[in-house]
Design a protein around this ligand. Structure first.
Ligand code: PEP
Ligand code: MG
Length: 588
């Protein structure tokens, strides 16, 4: 072990801000419980491993119960008694052993999924008795799993405060569960600047540094950490001077954010009076009220797949209808752009064959190139029952507000036409049944694949609006994985090719008199906003947290200056030169 000295590591800055806290090695069951097929000859060995883990857990409980009989309190004795009884239950003994034999998979994965299944069933029952049983079940299963794979484990929702999460990779479904008052920062080995986990970390204001060798931390005596998300620094065991310096920077940053936030209700308008409309990107439907409180004109991008990612089950039409209806009502007539499920790519879904929705992922779960695979609209068109259920829920909810439908990852106009045909058919069916829906429900295309950017004139003619998704557009145009820290050098949001494509999309939309909005992460980057204004973007959609800085930046520029800046930028053909030009010209 290396003693507790200050050590500075440099990584990839992903989310700004200063995090000061204590390290936690994070791994969750999905990450750690690997599913492994076992051969016939290994079945008995796996069953034996399970019996041993069960036996050790019983011994633990007996020991604890004996101790508690002397030291109390009596409630603990009763709880431990219940846990011991649960371990005798056929579910924990014969059912589990039969499952290992039938499924021929490693014990921990079978056990983990069996427990999740029971938890789900119990959780649906509101009765407090059953809620108690769920807690007991979780407790007991954790004990057994700890004997099966005795590593340190943590759950994002069970993180103590001031934690700095150290993990190999963050996935979006975990990041979305992180509580910014508990998690001070993320430090990972993998992950790029516009990975979905990064987008959520920024939206929550949690500092994040990637491309750090996490294994190194295991060899150092760790006491505390400072994470500087702006510079991409991770400081292990900071000395008093360093700590004081970063505490001061953190305070200043918090104060300036507060100040900025106080003007979030000002109009999105340039110095010379051009209106720029600011909408919000949203993952969690429970956060709709924040939209109005923070001066957004509505929801410019609702990433509906998060309804699925956190639940690991497609919400039914009815469940979706209730959610969309509630959101539409809360927005009181302001637009709600629902992007239909963008599943796949870095939004991974690992399910066991017996899980309800596993059939949908059997194939795509094993793609060699998931970003180029059956993602988003391709996935939905392969499973039209899911697409129809989602569209029907959206169309029914349109009776309660202004709802728009957005199609992710359009790469051919036929995908737009197919969705339009579904919408038409569903509207006809609803009308026949006398079910209400809005007179107009605009259907738009995400422009995030080179083919759709190149064909934007045709798409602009047939779609009701376009939405430029630069996070993916940059990834696909530059052939640089948005989640890979090693392709960051190539992932240029301001590559000359990207600027030309944005200009083309704006021109086509204007020509077809259709709205165009930009909802990628660069819309929230103060150093790029003037350039985007100059390229003709007049609608931005950004995470709620970024609205103040976006408005603040817009309010400092004149359109004429922004156009001049863009004209100059378009003259550059090399990415690095363009970067330098922008750095020199956008300082205010
Ligand atoms: C994008 O690609 O720019 C976008 C907004 O969509 P997402 O980040 O969800 O892929
Ligand atoms: Mg995208």
């Amino acid at each position: 072990m290396v003693p507790a000295e200050e050590v500075i590591l440099r990584g990839l800055p992903v989310s700004k801000g200063i995090g000061i806290g204590f390290p936690i090695f994070f791994s969750n069951w999905e990450e750690d419980v690997q599913e492994v097929e076992i051969s016939d000859k290994d079945i008995d060995r796996e069953v034996d491993r399970y019996r041993k883990a069960l036996h050790q857990s019983r011994e633990d409980l007996e020991r604890l119960r004996k101790m508690s009989l002397h030291e109390g309190p009596p409630e603990i004795v009763a709880i431990l008694g219940t846990h011991l009884e649960m371990m005798q239950d056929p579910m924990m003994t014969t059912v589990m052993e039969d499952k290992i034999r039938d499924l021929q998979r490693n014990t921990e994965s079978v056990f983990h999924h069996l427990i999740e299944e029971y938890k789900k069933r119990f959780s649906k029952l509101q009765d407090s008795y059953f809620q108690e049983r769920v807690r007991d079940l979780v407790d007991v299963s954790r004990r057994i799993l700890n004997h099966l794979c005795p590593l340190q484990r943590t759950k994002m929702s069970e993180i103590p405060n001031n934690s700095i999460i150290l993990t190999h990779e963050l996935v979006p479904s975990e990041t979305v569960e992180a509580n910014s008052s508990l998690v001070s920062a993320f430090v990972t080995a993998a992950g790029g600047i516009t990975s979905h986990a990064a987008i959520i970390a920024r939206a929550k204001g949690i500092p994040f540094v990637a491309n750090i060798d996490i294994k190194l931390f295991k060899r150092i005596e760790l006491q505390s950490l400072v994470v500087d998300g702006s510079q991409g620094l991770v400081i292990i065991n900071p000395n008093r001077k360093t700590l004081k310096k970063y505490q001061a920077i953190k305070r200043t940053q918090q104060e300036s954010y507060k100040l900025l936030k106080s003007s979030t209700h000002l109009k999105g308008e340039t110095v010379d009076g051009y209106e720029v409309r600011i909408f919000a990107n949203l993952e969690n439907p429970k956060e709709v009220d924040l939209i109005l409180k923070n001066g957004a004109l509505g929801v410019g991008l609702f990433r509906s797949e998060y309804l699925f990612l956190s639940k690991k089950e497609f919400p039914s039409e009815e469940e979706q209808f209730e959610i969309y209806k509630k959101m539409a009502r809360q927005l009181r007539g302001r637009p709600l752009v629902i992007r239909i499920f963008d599943i796949g790519g870095d939004k991974k879904v690992d399910l066991l064959p017996e899980q309800r929705d596993a059939k949908y992922f059997a194939q795509i779960g094993h793609e060699l190139n998931p970003a180029l695979g059956c993602r988003a609209i391709r996935f939905l068109l392969r499973f039209p029952e899911l697409l129809e259920a989602q569209l029907r829920a959206i169309i029914r909810a349109s009776a309660f507000g202004e709802i728009h439908i957005l199609i992710p990852m359009v790469s051919d106009i036929s995908e737009l036409r197919q969705v339009q045909a579904f919408v038409k058919k569903i509207c006809k069916e609803l009308k026949e049944k006398g079910i209400k829906f809005a007179k107009t429900i605009p259907v738009g295309c995400m422009i995030e694949v080179p083919s759709s950017a190149i064909m934007c004139d045709s798409l602009a003619q047939e779609a009701d609006f376009l939405s430029i998704g630069t996070n993916d557009l940059v990834q696909y145009v530059m052939a640089a994985d948005r989640s890979n820290p090693h392709t960051v050098e190539l992932y240029f949001s301001t590559h000359p090719s990207i600027l030309r494509l944005i200009r083309m999309v704006v021109a086509s939309s204007n020509c077809a008199r259709k709205p165009v909005i930009l909802c990628g992460e660069c819309a929230a980057d103060p150093s790029l906003i003037p350039l985007l204004l100059g390229l003709g973007i007049r609608e931005f959609s950004v995470a709620v947290r970024h609205i103040p800085i976006v408005k603040h930046t817009i309010r400092k520029w004149r359109i004429l200056e922004a156009c001049r800046l863009a004209e100059g930028a378009l003259e550059h053909t090399a990415a690095q030169e363009l970067k330098e030009y922008l750095a020199a010209e956008t300082v205010r």
